[in-house]
Design a protein around this ligand. Structure first.
Ligand SMILES: [Zn+2]
Length: 360
């Protein structure tokens, strides 16, 4: 079953329509294949262990033959434009049974051949097998379930991770990640605090959950990788603002060099208007800046993997993209306004003939 069909099945279960006999078979986690592109002309899904020959009709740049790009992957090279913008939808406050609004959001994401990052409030995970199964199926389809607090407590300016003792915060991390493993079979790798409220204790307490490797909107000097908040489409939790405003904020973030974008949303609270505005933002952004919908962990792994990709300019119009060392597929998109290859073929040739010159 393709990832999107799995999600469709999960959604069917979630809203209780046509749920067939319970299916408790253990599925191997499905690899998240990046979405298919509308134009095969400019997008390529490259597989690990393969090498590809890109051929252009005219030289696309003036770098010397045998220039090699590696290490920081394609960044800084004429190939940097091949990376589509990774867009992460940080969808907060999941964990209990999906409501109609939440299901509508997942459907919108799936329709775009994408995935989203669902923040799980672990104390709200019920024991109901059908609800847990829905989340498990979403995880199997590539959606990331991340830790959004155990209780999500907010009271008189204090929250679960703001103004609480170090011990209490540690207990939250331990209880929440344990509950996620127990009920969802998921090891959380990403964290985002309720209300993004945190204090000095949180930086220390997060070590109580050593599998957490990425902190959405984390603090400076966090002990793990963080992704910053660079643009907002919600004007307050659950309310999507005017598309022009959200798109302008995104545009500014991109102009300021954002190479990955995280948009926070609370789709379970989106009324019809908010849901429609979010779709409009996603559609118009796709026109302006081709992106793919991904998750924090998929993005983090892509970053690790991209460093193992080597691009060598073999001739004025020929490039070798070498994924022999890569561990995951590399999803590349060329700037549709830039030079486009006339051929992309798997190849057995390597760059041995080239006395490779690292790019300056
Ligand atoms: Zn929340």
């Amino acid at each position: 079953m393709t990832p999107s069909l799995q999600v469709a099945a999960a959604l069917t279960l979630a809203v209780g329509i046509g749920a067939g006999p319970a299916c408790n078979e253990q599925r191997p986690p499905a690899a998240h294949h990046p979405p298919e592109l509308t134009s095969p002309l400019w997008a390529h899904d490259l597989l690990p262990s393969e090498r590809y020959l890109f051929t252009f009709a005219k030289p696309p740049d003036s770098w010397p033959v045998c220039t090699l790009w590696s290490g920081d992957a394609l960044a800084g090279s004429p190939w940097a434009v091949m990376e589509r913008l990774p867009l992460i939808l940080k969808a907060d406050d999941f964990g209990s049974a999906l409501n109609i609004e939440g299901t509508r959001f997942l459907t919108a994401v799936t329709r775009r051949q994408g995935v989203a990052a669902l923040g799980i409030v672990t104390a709200s995970l019920p024991e109901t097998p059908a609800v847990l199964d829905t989340y498990r199926r979403l995880a199997a389809a590539g959606f990331e379930l991340w830790f959004h607090g155990h209780t999500h407590a907010m009271d008189k300016g204090r929250t679960e991770f703001f103004g609480a003792s170090l011990d209490d915060q540690r207990r939250s991390f331990v209880a929440g990640t344990r509950r996620g493993a127990l009920r969802l079979g998921v090891t959380f790798e990403t964290f985002g605090a309720p209300g993004n409220m945190l204090d000095d204790n949180t930086r220390e307490a997060i070590r109580a959950a050593p599998a957490l490797a990425l902190w959405l909107f984390g603090p400076p000097a966090a002990p793990i990788l963080t992704l910053p908040r660079q643009a907002d489409v919600e004007t307050r939790p659950g309310l999507i603002g005017a598309p022009e405003t959200g798109l302008a904020a995104i545009e500014l973030a991109i102009r300021q060099g954002a190479r990955v974008l995280v948009l926070q949303v609370h789709p379970r609270s989106h009324d019809d208007g908010s849901a429609a505005r979010l779709e409009e933002i996603l559609d118009r952004l796709q026109q302006a800046h081709p992106y793919y919908l991904t998750t924090p962990t998929a993005w983090r792994r892509f970053q690790e993997n991209a460093a193992r990709v080597r691009v060598t300019k073999l001739a004025d119009t020929q490039y070798l993209v070498d994924l022999s060392l890569a561990a995951a597929p590399l999803y590349l998109a060329l700037d549709p306004d830039g030079p486009l290859p006339i051929g992309v073929e798997p190849t057995a040739i390597d760059a041995a003939a080239c006395a490779a010159t690292p790019a300056p």
